[in-house]
Design a protein around this ligand. Structure first.
Ligand SMILES: O=C[C@H](O)COP(=O)(O)O
Length: 254
């Protein structure tokens, strides 16, 4: 059973884009068609956020890809949540596996960042996911539980939290999880939320899938009951492909 919320598609642009390519992408997205029953979020780099906030049409919501764990202040190179809300950026992606592995962000740190972001009025896309080695050695569910616990130990109100399941082995590799693999883990996450947080949070929280989602595979993944949307990397840099993914729930796979 999926969440009671709207289907959700996020585009994580990662460290991609130039003034020229971002302008072309925004204009392509402004011409794209998708149903109003889908929440569509785009997450440019910090440096491109003001341009995107100013120029993308109001059907889209804008997200940062990270924020600081505390208030604004003497934290060189960081951006605090209240600075994002001041710039009309309502969302932030936290705990992406690239930050967990490259910057050694741990479960509790990600949870603390999520709590801080929520306190300052941001909505949070909280990412979790296992590596191939963790999956193949039977540690997948322990890893996912630890990551979920990091969020649950810190976050009190889940209303503005979306959980993104992104198996590390599927990110940017072209090796998408099968619809059944995604459904199995999403169902596990929903059950965990019901048991460890509350039935209400489990029923209302959107659990989205990320990892090599594209315009060819999105509809079949979206047909799974517990897949409430996607977090898209590479394919979100192409307006046409991204628009197709935004329409995935409406399509019946062949
Ligand atoms: O945040 C998005 C994910 O890392 C997925 O990236 P990808 O679609 O390029 O595999």
């Amino acid at each position: 059973m999926g969440s009671s919320g709207k289907f959700f598609v996020g585009g994580n642009w990662k460290a991609n884009g130039t003034k020229e390519s971002v302008s072309k992408l925004v204009s392509g997205l402004n011409s794209a068609q998708f149903p109003s029953e889908v929440d569509v979020i785009v997450a440019p780099t910090f440096i491109h956020l003001p341009y995107v906030v100013e120029n993308i049409d109001s059907r889209y919501q804008v997200s940062a890809q990270n924020c600081w764990v505390g208030r604004a202040g003497a934290y060189t190179g960081e951006i605090a949540p209240e600075q994002l809300t001041d710039m009309s950026v309502p969302w932030v992606i936290l705990g992406h596996s690239e930050r967990r592995s490259l910057l050694e962000e741990g479960n509790d740190f990600v949870g603390a960042k999520a709590a801080n972001a929520l306190t300052h009025g941001l909505k949070v896309i909280a990412c979790i996911g296992e590596t191939l080695e963790q999956r193949e050695t039977g540690h997948m569910y322990d890893v996912l539980e630890g990551q979920l616990k990091g969020v649950a130990d810190n976050v009190v109100n889940w209303t503005d939290v979306v959980v993104a399941y992104e198996p590390v082995w599927a990110i940017g590799t072209g090796k998408v999880a099968t619809p059944d693999q995604a459904q199995e883990v999403h169902a596990f996450i929903r059950k965990w939320l019901a048991e460890k947080v509350s039935q209400e949070v489990s029923a209302a929280t959107r659990i989205i899938y990320g990892g090599s989602v594209n315009d060819q595979n999105a509809a079949e993944l979206a047909s799974k009951g517990d897949v409430d949307g996607f977090l898209v990397g590479g394919a979100s840099l192409k307006a046409d492909a991204f628009a197709t993914i935004c329409n995935a729930r409406a399509k019946v796979p062949a």
